[in-house]
Design a protein around this ligand. Sequence first.
Ligand SMILES: *Cc1c(COP(=O)(O)O)cnc(C)c1O
Length: 368
Amino acid sequence: MARPYNFSAGPAAMPADVLQQAAAEMLDWHGSGMSVVEMSHRGKEFGAILDAAERDLRDLLAVPGHFRILFMQGGGLAENAIVPLNLSRGGSVDFVITGSWSQKSLKEAGRYCAARIAASNEADGHTTLPDPSSWQLDRNARYVHLCSNETINGVEVHELPDLEALGSSAPLVIDFSSHVASRPVDWSRVGLAFGGAQKNLGPAGVTLVVVREDLLGHALKTCPSAFDYKIVADNHSMYNTPPTFSIYMAGLTFQWLKRQTEGSLSGVAAMQARNIAKAELLYGFIDQSSYYTNKVAANCRSRMNVPFFLHDESRNEAFLAGAKAAGLLQLKGHKSVGGMRASIYNAMPIEGVQALVAFMRDFEKTQA
Ligand SMILES: *Cc1c(COP(=O)(O)O)cnc(C)c1O
């Protein structure tokens, strides 16, 4: 029987091939006689898993040699503290506020450094993207924080800003938790990128950090050793026991991503083409309908997280129950926004979006 389509914002759907491979390897990984969960992280088996995961990710995201890839724990929220602990050097930091996650990041960073707002879309209800030319950047900022995809509000930065062109020499820090590997990254514009794995890469438990080498080694004295990027990098993400099973599952996803093709495209470029097609289908349907709306400005609509509202909000429960019966799961919107949210990450095939649109069309008809 076909599995239902799962629109969860995170932890989220994973490719069925990856789940099947993990199931097949659960009791005996590659003839080792052990499950990955039972292996020493210092053994050669897990060493091979970690090395392959790092290599495949570097390859997939075209991460340049002067960036280090770290597998950490604590999720995106811990990074809200770990980044300022490592990069703020007792100075001040600029934040671009685009939604709930950047607001959380600002608040947490304020515990460790002077955190100031360089731009904000709060007055628009987090439905727009302040144009980079309007950002009030501090020349002395240690870094500029930007959430490149706001998972809750559905706002995505489709082109990363060129801070240098804006007169700033600060490194750009992006929280790419909810769209990592959905499109290529322009590393020439980034100093550090972080993201929890549970949206678009694998199970919860592992946090990916990609950091430019020159930003290592400046942690505050109060930074826990296990969260000091230089210590983590020097120890090849094994200063303490890493989240072995989550790294393994993310590694299987990286291999799956590398196998994906779309026309002449492969890997992340293929995913980007698919994600554009999926998002166009869903937004296109919502925009032509008088029953559903999405409030985000067209130039910054997320291709991963699509919040939408029913014209008659009293029908929300009926919509969710009908969707579930049709095999469309976890469409309830985030409580701070309300309505519905369809998260259509890499693992969601176009058929899932087609099924959602067909259901929405039918539901609208029964309301007429
Ligand atoms: C989910 C999410 C987080 C928080 O991740 P945790 O793993 O729960 O700490 C942070 N930032 C963004 C953009 C997210 O989508």
